[in-house]
Design a protein. Structure first.
Ligand code: NAI
Length: 326
């Protein structure tokens, strides 16, 4: 039996992974995130299972390689937190390329509906017996234009959700997807014409701070920005300036560029040391969720099933369908 060091483990992970348990793999759950300080917990293990806010840099890869750990199974689609160059030829990187794209697409729409119809504010008001409607005016989504940046599995599903609301759908992606139900345009056109812009592309070196003061300048006044992809796609300082000036009408953020230190943990009894996050959270037209777009039962089951299949394939010397290489 092979032993896996499972980092950043939460109760919901244990529940879904136990449902797909097999006799080949024994999982040791650790609450710690994987980084240079915690990597030694994997010393006696055969493999590692990691998530979006683990730090899998050269230092961590060197240590795993030294311990004889030959595989890291990412239980997510993105792998921007893995130094693939350092891993090449030493540690195999596996991932879950697809698991309920609906989970993320539906969360993106949830953020739009909440921001537009001010549901977050209405919820607090009525709990306080404040039944005033002042300041809660939204707009019909029907007939408005949504611009989708990245039209892969999630972006395509999100387009279908938007189509259900009767929206005009624009897309920008260097690789067009035949199943995308919108019209492809250049990035500049998408920025200029969209009432709502939603990011569904992976984080790469090229698109770091894709949303910056320069791209915000090209947007319609009052445009909404929705990010359920990766925090570093947005320059948060530029977003704050855009929100302050009114150029950006609202922002729904499931991810944040400095989320690694905070997201997934409870700091409700503390003053958080991140003034930028505190500023943005304090704005009435911003909603921040803690990287939870994937968090549906269907997605968790899909993640557990594919991660365990990936590990079994590795340990049995089978073809690695979900390997990530440089
Ligand atoms: P995918 O690989 O199916 O699609 C991504 C698309 O983005 C591809 O068509 C690609 O050509 C396109 N793309 C790449 N760079 C681009 C750029 N600069 N501009 C426009 N398009 C670009 O990936 P999928 O499954 O749709 O996931 C998208 C992203 O969603 C992931 O990379 C991940 O960062 C994020 N994600 C977030 C989750 C959450 O819980 N918040 C959960 C799962 C994924």
């Amino acid at each position: 039996m092979k032993t896996i060091a499972f980092f950043d483990a939460k109760a919901y992970d244990k529940e879904s992974f136990s449902r797909f348990a097999n006799d080949e793999i024994n999982i040791r759950y650790f609450e710690n995130k994987l980084n240079a300080d915690t990597v030694s917990m994997a010393a006696c293990c055969d493999g590692v299972c990691a998530f979006v806010n683990d730090t899998i840099d050269k230092q961590v890869i060197d240590k795993l390689s030294e311990y004889g750990v030959g595989v890291i199974a990412m239980r997510c689609a993105g792998y921007n937190n893995v130094d693939l160059k350092a891993a090449a030829g030493r540690v195999k990187i596996l991932r879950v390329p697809a698991y309920s794209p609906y989970s993320v697409a539906e969360h993106a729409m949830g953020l739009i509906l909440t921001l537009n119809r001010k549901l977050h504010r209405a919820y607090i008001r009525t709990r306080d017996h404040n039944f005033s409607l002042e300041g809660l005016i939204g707009f019909d989504l029907r007939g408005k234009t949504v611009g989708i940046i990245g039209t892969g599995k999630i972006g395509r599903c999100f387009a279908d959700v938007c189509a259900g609301f009767g929206m005009n759908i624009l897309g920008f992606d260097p690789y067009e997807n035949k199943e995308f139900g919108g019209k492809y345009v250049s990035l500049d056109k998408l920025l200029a014409q969209s009432d709502i812009i939603s990011l569904h592309c992976p984080l790469t070196k090229e698109n770091h701070h894709l949303i910056s003061d320069k791209t915000i300048e090209k947007m319609k006044d009052g445009a909404y920005i929705i990010n359920t992809s990766r925090g570093q796609l947005i320059d948060t300082a530029a977003l704050i300036d855009g929100l302050k000036s009114g150029k950006i009408g609202a922002a729904g953020l499931d991810v944040y560029e400095e989320e690694t230190a905070l997201f997934f943990e409870d700091y409700s009894d503390e003053i958080i040391p991140d003034d930028t996050l505190s500023t943005i959270i304090s704005m009435p037209n911003v909603i921040v969720t803690s990287h939870q777009a994937f968090l549906t039962r269907e997605a968790l089951d899909g993640i557990a099933e594919t991660t365990l299949e990936n590990l079994s394939a590795y340990f049995n010397g089978e073809e690695l369908k979900n390997e990530v290489t440089i």
